[in-house]
Every structure is written in structure tokens, then in C-alpha cells.
Design a protein around this ligand. Structure first.
Ligand code: ADE
Length: 286
């Protein structure tokens, strides 16, 4: 998969050199290219923002500079090529759309608190794309005409990683790249590691994961639940499901409320009753 990231703070992306994502890049599973937006600004101050029409606080990112940057990335180039010796995460230039399987166009991702929610399902959908281009806004955001313009040529997604406001799209992009990157074939050591994730499709869908334990069996007087040492796979699976249900009710009552009763067995129902959890009639759910 090819990932292009355009930002006024390329330094934010140094973590993409390490761990799973760093290894995926070394192996060539992920081709990450980070670009400095200011490289496409033409004035001496490398200005990327201006005051908002209609007034109000803060600044808005200028459409011209974003347009030139996105056009150049799509064309496979960059105004400056940072070669060896530059920061390893800001290797730009080189490559071409043809370097992407199928030679198509990228899907444009614009992180913003007003976007649609980033979910595991969306992470999986994006992991199936050959090429993503992240446009990291700062200040009050990017002039809306940029999204309108590219919306005529590319798939454009404005995405929020949660109901809080960050200083810019960089950290949101890191979050998305990690969630997407670990879903790429061969990125996780154990091919099944993503299967049991909270929110992964499957039997435990829409339940958060329960607690996990490793050796020693007793630590500072705290014992590992004996069932996990029993070697009885059926009992272990039942215990894990119970714990997932308990945690979902305690920490994510809105997820518990949205569980499809058809997916619950009688043991699940009994546990939920013990937890005094009642499904609301549909018209009372909100
Ligand atoms: N930029 C600022 N806040 C954000 C958020 N919550 N999600 C995505 N991008 C953002």
C-alpha cells in the first residue's frame, strides 16, 4: 500500500519508522511518503493560511497551496526531493502513480473533528485500498473548496478519530495509519492477532475485549483466574465471553444496548440479567 501524507509538520511522523509500521515499511508492504506542505507555498514566508471569510477566530488553510500539493502528489512528484541525509520520514519525490498497483488515483483522507467517525470497519475498508493520501489541516481547517474540487476526481473522506479537538490532523493521521497498517497482510506476526480485537468482525463483534494475563500465575498476591490455567478450551472461551460482556456493560453501555439479542445465547442473557442490564424497548433506546 502507498501512503502519502502532506503536513506542515513532517517531524510528527517519525514514529512511522518504528515497530510494526516501521518493519512493514522496511519490507516494502507499506510505502510511506511524507511531504512538507510549505514546499508548495510561493511567498518568502511560505504562507499556508489566511483569515476566514465571514470573520471569526483563527486562520484557514489556503486552497491554492493545498491544490498544488495534492496535484503534485497525485502526479507522483514533489517540488523538493529530500534524499539520503534528510529526515528519514520526509523522503519525498520519486515514485509515480504507476508505482501503485493498478496505477489509479489515491483516496483522499482529511482528518477533521467534523468528519465521520473512524471505526474498525472503516480501518478495514481503507486497508483494502492501494493508495491513500492524508491531508493534515491545522488551525481552523482547510478551505472547503479543496474537498469540493477533489471530490469531483477522487474519493474524499473527512474523518474524525473522536469527539475531541486536536491541534491538527497529524496525530489523527498517525492513529489511522497504525490502525490501517496493522490490518495489511503480513504486518502482524501472528496472522490471527487481529481476529480477536475489540470491534473486529466475528462472534465477539461489538464487545470490547476482556482482561489478559501472562506468567507468573501469582503476582503480588494477585492470582490469574484459575480457569485460564485449566487447559479446558470451552470453559476458557466461555469465561472470555463473560468478561467481554461485563466490560462492555461497565465501560461501553451504548455498545451493550446496541447488541442484537439474536446473537446472545441463554448464558449471555443470564449474565446480563445478573449485571442488571436490560435491553430497552426500541422506542426508548434514545
Ligand atoms: N483534527 C483535530 N481534531 C481532530 C479529530 N478529533 N479527528 C480528526 N482530525 C482532527
Amino acid at each position: 500500500m502507498r501512503l502519502d501524507i502532506v503536513s506542515i509538520f513532517p517531524e510528527y511522523f517519525a514514529p512511522l519508522d518504528v515497530s510494526l509500521i516501521g518493519k512493514a515499511r522496511e519490507r516494502g508492504t507499506l510505502d510511506v511518503r511524507v511531504h512538507q506542505l510549505r514546499d508548495w507555498a510561493h511567498d518568502v514566508h511560505k504562507t499556508v493560511d489566511d483569515t476566514p471569510y465571514g470573520g471569526g477566530p483563527g486562520m484557514v488553510m489556503k486552497p491554492e497551496v493545498w491544490g498544488e500539493a495534492i496535484d503534485a502528489v497525485i502526479a507522483g512528484g514533489s517540488p523538493t526531493t529530500v534524499t539520503e541525509g534528510g529526515p528519514s520520514t520526509t523522503v519525498t519525490g520519486g515514485g509515480s502513480p504507476a508505482a501503485v498497483a493498478g496505477g489509479g488515483l489515491p483516496r483522499l483522507i482529511v482528518p477533521t473533528p467534523s468528519g465521520r467517525p473512524f471505526t474498525q470497519e472503516l480501518a478495514q475498508e481503507l486497508a483494502d485500498e492501494p493508495w491513500l493520501l492524508f491531508a493534515c489541516g491545522r488551525y481552523e481547517g482547510i478551505d472547503s473548496r479543496v474537498m469540493a474540487e477533489y471530490g469531483t476526481r477522487l474519493r474524499v473522506d473527512e474523518i474524525s478519530i473522536g469527539d475531541y479537538v486536536l491541534a491538527g490532523g497529524e496525530v489523527a493521521t498517525l492513529v489511522m495509519v497504525e490502525a490501517i497498517g496493522r490490518l495489511l497482510p503480513g504486518v502482524l506476526g501472528n496472522a490471527h492477532s487481529a481476529v480477536d480485537d475489540s470491534f473486529a468482525p466475528g462472534a465477539m463483534r461489538n464487545l470490547v475485549e476482556g482482561p489478559v494475563f501472562t506468567k507468573p500465575p501469582v503476582w503480588r498476591g494477585h492470582e490469574v483466574p484459575p480457569v485460564l490455567l485449566s487447559g479446558h478450551h470451552g470453559k476458557v472461551a466461555r469465561w472470555r465471553r463473560d468478561e467481554a460482556l461485563r466490560r462492555t456493560v461497565a465501560n461501553r453501555p451504548e455498545l451493550a444496548a446496541a447488541l442484537d439479542p439474536e446473537t446472545l445465547d441463554k448464558h449471555d442473557r443470564r449474565l446480563l440479567e445478573e449485571l442488571s442490564f436490560r435491553f430497552q424497548p426500541e422506542d426508548m433506546a434514545n
